[in-house]
Ligand binder design. Structure first.
Ligand SMILES: CSC[C@H](O)[C@@H](O)C(=O)COP(=O)(O)O
Ligand SMILES: [Zn+2]
Length: 244
Protein backbone atom coordinates (compact mmCIF):
# COMPACT_ATOMS: atom_id res chain seq x y z
CA UNK A 1 0.00 0.00 0.00
CA UNK A 2 1.40 3.41 -0.94
CA UNK A 3 1.70 6.31 1.53
CA UNK A 4 -1.20 8.01 -0.25
CA UNK A 5 -3.51 5.02 0.06
CA UNK A 6 -2.45 4.47 3.65
CA UNK A 7 -3.24 7.99 4.80
CA UNK A 8 -6.65 8.36 3.10
CA UNK A 9 -8.77 6.55 5.65
CA UNK A 10 -11.83 8.47 6.87
CA UNK A 11 -14.72 10.53 5.50
CA UNK A 12 -12.88 13.79 5.95
CA UNK A 13 -10.27 12.41 3.58
CA UNK A 14 -12.82 12.90 0.79
CA UNK A 15 -11.98 16.61 1.17
CA UNK A 16 -8.55 15.98 -0.32
CA UNK A 17 -9.33 13.06 -2.57
CA UNK A 18 -10.31 14.03 -6.12
CA UNK A 19 -9.44 13.02 -9.64
CA UNK A 20 -9.86 16.66 -10.71
CA UNK A 21 -6.36 18.04 -11.34
CA UNK A 22 -7.69 21.52 -10.45
CA UNK A 23 -8.81 20.43 -6.96
CA UNK A 24 -6.72 22.40 -4.39
CA UNK A 25 -5.43 19.16 -2.83
CA UNK A 26 -4.00 18.21 -6.23
CA UNK A 27 -2.92 21.72 -7.19
CA UNK A 28 -0.85 22.39 -4.05
CA UNK A 29 1.52 19.45 -4.66
CA UNK A 30 1.78 20.29 -8.37
CA UNK A 31 2.43 24.00 -7.81
CA UNK A 32 4.93 23.38 -4.98
CA UNK A 33 6.88 21.04 -7.29
CA UNK A 34 6.90 23.77 -9.98
CA UNK A 35 7.96 26.44 -7.45
CA UNK A 36 10.76 24.15 -6.23
CA UNK A 37 12.22 24.18 -9.75
CA UNK A 38 12.22 28.00 -9.65
CA UNK A 39 14.17 27.94 -6.36
CA UNK A 40 11.19 29.44 -4.53
CA UNK A 41 10.51 26.62 -2.03
CA UNK A 42 13.79 24.74 -1.57
CA UNK A 43 14.95 23.39 1.79
CA UNK A 44 11.32 22.99 2.99
CA UNK A 45 10.71 26.78 2.88
CA UNK A 46 7.91 28.67 1.17
CA UNK A 47 4.56 27.30 0.01
CA UNK A 48 1.07 28.05 -1.23
CA UNK A 49 -2.34 28.09 0.44
CA UNK A 50 -5.64 27.96 -1.48
CA UNK A 51 -9.09 29.06 -0.27
CA UNK A 52 -12.26 28.06 -2.10
CA UNK A 53 -15.12 29.89 -0.39
CA UNK A 54 -15.41 28.47 3.12
CA UNK A 55 -12.49 26.02 2.99
CA UNK A 56 -8.75 26.61 3.20
CA UNK A 57 -6.26 24.01 1.93
CA UNK A 58 -2.86 24.12 3.64
CA UNK A 59 0.42 22.27 3.08
CA UNK A 60 2.31 20.60 5.92
CA UNK A 61 5.14 22.38 7.72
CA UNK A 62 8.84 21.63 7.42
CA UNK A 63 8.58 19.00 4.71
CA UNK A 64 10.17 18.83 1.27
CA UNK A 65 7.57 20.95 -0.49
CA UNK A 66 8.23 19.36 -3.89
CA UNK A 67 7.25 15.93 -2.53
CA UNK A 68 3.89 16.78 -0.93
CA UNK A 69 0.98 14.44 -1.70
CA UNK A 70 -2.70 15.36 -1.63
CA UNK A 71 -3.14 13.12 1.43
CA UNK A 72 -0.72 15.43 3.33
CA UNK A 73 -3.00 18.46 2.92
CA UNK A 74 -4.81 20.06 5.89
CA UNK A 75 -8.27 21.61 5.44
CA UNK A 76 -9.49 24.41 7.71
CA UNK A 77 -12.89 26.14 7.68
CA UNK A 78 -13.15 29.78 6.60
CA UNK A 79 -16.51 31.02 7.92
CA UNK A 80 -17.60 33.99 5.81
CA UNK A 81 -19.69 35.75 8.46
CA UNK A 82 -17.68 35.35 11.70
CA UNK A 83 -14.24 36.44 12.86
CA UNK A 84 -11.81 34.09 11.26
CA UNK A 85 -10.61 31.21 13.45
CA UNK A 86 -7.08 30.44 12.28
CA UNK A 87 -5.68 30.79 15.80
CA UNK A 88 -8.06 28.12 17.09
CA UNK A 89 -6.49 25.63 14.71
CA UNK A 90 -9.83 24.04 13.85
CA UNK A 91 -9.34 21.44 11.15
CA UNK A 92 -11.95 19.88 8.90
CA UNK A 93 -9.31 17.41 7.87
CA UNK A 94 -5.83 16.51 9.12
CA UNK A 95 -3.40 14.03 7.55
CA UNK A 96 -3.03 10.77 9.44
CA UNK A 97 0.75 11.15 9.19
CA UNK A 98 2.32 13.06 12.09
CA UNK A 99 2.41 16.47 10.36
CA UNK A 100 1.81 20.07 11.42
CA UNK A 101 0.11 22.68 9.25
CA UNK A 102 2.36 25.33 7.66
CA UNK A 103 3.78 27.91 10.09
CA UNK A 104 2.76 30.47 7.46
CA UNK A 105 -0.96 29.82 8.10
CA UNK A 106 -1.57 33.05 10.12
CA UNK A 107 0.14 35.06 7.37
CA UNK A 108 -1.88 33.40 4.63
CA UNK A 109 -4.93 34.32 6.72
CA UNK A 110 -3.98 38.01 6.48
CA UNK A 111 -4.41 37.75 2.70
CA UNK A 112 -7.84 36.09 3.11
CA UNK A 113 -9.09 38.49 5.82
CA UNK A 114 -7.69 41.78 4.51
CA UNK A 115 -7.84 41.22 0.72
CA UNK A 116 -10.47 38.51 0.37
CA UNK A 117 -7.79 36.53 -1.46
CA UNK A 118 -8.37 33.05 -2.84
CA UNK A 119 -4.72 32.10 -2.61
CA UNK A 120 -1.45 33.27 -1.08
CA UNK A 121 2.07 32.22 -2.08
CA UNK A 122 5.21 32.48 0.06
CA UNK A 123 8.63 32.19 -1.62
CA UNK A 124 12.23 32.27 -0.48
CA UNK A 125 13.27 33.45 -3.96
CA UNK A 126 16.75 34.94 -3.90
CA UNK A 127 15.42 37.79 -6.06
CA UNK A 128 13.03 38.76 -3.27
CA UNK A 129 15.70 38.38 -0.58
CA UNK A 130 18.22 40.46 -2.57
CA UNK A 131 15.58 43.17 -3.10
CA UNK A 132 15.15 43.48 0.67
CA UNK A 133 18.93 43.87 1.06
CA UNK A 134 19.41 46.47 -1.69
CA UNK A 135 16.33 48.48 -0.60
CA UNK A 136 17.20 48.96 3.10
CA UNK A 137 14.15 51.19 3.76
CA UNK A 138 10.49 50.24 4.29
CA UNK A 139 9.63 49.69 0.57
CA UNK A 140 10.87 48.25 -2.75
CA UNK A 141 10.09 50.59 -5.66
CA UNK A 142 10.38 50.26 -9.44
CA UNK A 143 8.80 51.99 -12.46
CA UNK A 144 8.76 51.87 -16.26
CA UNK A 145 9.27 48.14 -16.64
CA UNK A 146 8.32 45.59 -19.30
CA UNK A 147 4.65 46.36 -19.73
CA UNK A 148 3.40 42.78 -19.35
CA UNK A 149 5.27 42.33 -16.10
CA UNK A 150 4.19 45.55 -14.43
CA UNK A 151 0.65 45.17 -15.87
CA UNK A 152 0.50 41.65 -14.44
CA UNK A 153 0.50 43.13 -10.95
CA UNK A 154 -2.88 44.39 -9.68
CA UNK A 155 -3.44 47.26 -7.27
CA UNK A 156 -3.90 45.64 -3.84
CA UNK A 157 -3.47 42.24 -5.50
CA UNK A 158 -7.01 42.30 -6.92
CA UNK A 159 -7.74 45.82 -8.23
CA UNK A 160 -6.90 47.43 -11.59
CA UNK A 161 -3.69 46.46 -13.38
CA UNK A 162 -0.69 48.76 -12.98
CA UNK A 163 0.39 50.72 -16.07
CA UNK A 164 3.84 51.29 -17.52
CA UNK A 165 3.79 54.76 -15.92
CA UNK A 166 2.89 53.55 -12.41
CA UNK A 167 5.52 53.02 -9.75
CA UNK A 168 5.25 49.60 -8.16
CA UNK A 169 5.66 49.76 -4.38
CA UNK A 170 6.05 46.65 -2.21
CA UNK A 171 6.38 47.14 1.56
CA UNK A 172 9.23 45.41 3.39
CA UNK A 173 8.75 44.15 6.96
CA UNK A 174 11.52 43.02 9.28
CA UNK A 175 12.03 39.28 9.80
CA UNK A 176 11.46 37.52 13.14
CA UNK A 177 12.80 34.16 14.37
CA UNK A 178 9.25 32.74 14.52
CA UNK A 179 7.04 32.92 11.44
CA UNK A 180 3.84 33.55 13.41
CA UNK A 181 5.35 36.75 14.87
CA UNK A 182 5.26 38.26 11.37
CA UNK A 183 1.46 38.27 11.32
CA UNK A 184 0.94 41.68 12.95
CA UNK A 185 3.63 43.53 11.00
CA UNK A 186 2.35 42.02 7.74
CA UNK A 187 -1.17 43.17 8.64
CA UNK A 188 0.12 46.66 9.46
CA UNK A 189 1.99 46.85 6.12
CA UNK A 190 -1.10 45.67 4.20
CA UNK A 191 -3.16 48.41 5.86
CA UNK A 192 -0.51 51.07 5.31
CA UNK A 193 0.00 50.07 1.66
CA UNK A 194 -3.48 49.07 0.44
CA UNK A 195 -2.25 49.12 -3.18
CA UNK A 196 0.50 46.55 -2.57
CA UNK A 197 0.06 43.12 -4.15
CA UNK A 198 2.55 41.52 -1.76
CA UNK A 199 4.74 42.02 1.29
CA UNK A 200 8.49 41.41 1.33
CA UNK A 201 10.14 40.03 4.48
CA UNK A 202 13.72 41.25 5.00
CA UNK A 203 16.38 38.55 4.52
CA UNK A 204 13.59 35.98 4.13
CA UNK A 205 11.28 36.21 1.09
CA UNK A 206 7.87 37.45 -0.02
CA UNK A 207 4.13 36.84 0.44
CA UNK A 208 1.93 37.49 -2.63
CA UNK A 209 -1.83 36.97 -2.91
CA UNK A 210 -4.53 37.05 -5.57
CA UNK A 211 -8.25 36.44 -6.10
CA UNK A 212 -7.48 32.83 -7.00
CA UNK A 213 -4.42 30.58 -7.35
CA UNK A 214 -3.91 31.57 -10.98
CA UNK A 215 -3.72 35.28 -10.13
CA UNK A 216 -1.57 34.67 -7.06
CA UNK A 217 0.81 32.61 -9.23
CA UNK A 218 1.07 35.06 -12.12
CA UNK A 219 1.48 38.00 -9.74
CA UNK A 220 4.24 36.17 -7.89
CA UNK A 221 5.93 35.53 -11.25
CA UNK A 222 5.60 39.19 -12.30
CA UNK A 223 6.84 40.48 -8.94
CA UNK A 224 9.75 38.05 -8.95
CA UNK A 225 10.71 39.27 -12.43
CA UNK A 226 10.54 42.89 -11.19
CA UNK A 227 12.61 42.07 -8.06
CA UNK A 228 15.22 40.39 -10.25
CA UNK A 229 15.50 43.23 -12.77
CA UNK A 230 15.39 45.82 -9.97
CA UNK A 231 18.28 44.10 -8.20
CA UNK A 232 20.27 43.92 -11.45
CA UNK A 233 19.60 47.61 -12.21
CA UNK A 234 20.57 48.65 -8.69
CA UNK A 235 23.79 46.62 -8.89
CA UNK A 236 24.53 48.24 -12.28
CA UNK A 237 24.04 51.69 -10.71
CA UNK A 238 20.89 52.43 -12.76
CA UNK A 239 17.89 54.30 -11.29
CA UNK A 240 14.91 51.99 -10.71
CA UNK A 241 12.31 54.78 -10.55
CA UNK A 242 12.15 57.40 -13.34
CA UNK A 243 10.64 60.90 -13.27
CA UNK A 244 11.27 61.66 -9.60
C1 LIG B 1 9.87 29.84 11.49
S1 LIG B 1 9.45 28.75 10.24
C2 LIG B 1 10.18 29.48 8.85
C3 LIG B 1 9.83 28.77 7.60
O1 LIG B 1 10.96 28.62 6.79
C4 LIG B 1 8.78 29.52 6.86
O2 LIG B 1 9.21 30.83 6.63
C5 LIG B 1 8.53 28.88 5.58
O3 LIG B 1 8.82 29.41 4.56
C6 LIG B 1 7.88 27.56 5.50
O4 LIG B 1 7.20 27.21 6.66
P1 LIG B 1 6.42 25.84 6.71
O5 LIG B 1 5.93 25.75 8.12
O6 LIG B 1 7.39 24.74 6.35
O7 LIG B 1 5.32 25.94 5.67
ZN1 LIG C 1 9.59 31.45 4.80
Amino acid sequence: MSATEHSITSDSDALVSSTDPLHPANLIPELCAAFYKLGWVTGTGGGICIRTGDKVYIAPSGVQKERIESSHIFVMPYPQDEPSPHTDRIFLRRPTLNLKASACTPLFWNAFDLRNAGSCIHTHSQNAVMATLLWPGPVFRISHQVILMIKGVRIGGNGRALSYLDTLVVPIIENTPDEEDLKDSMEEAMKQYPDAAGVLVRRHGVYVWGDDWQKAKTQTECLDYLFEIGVKMKLAGLPTVLNE
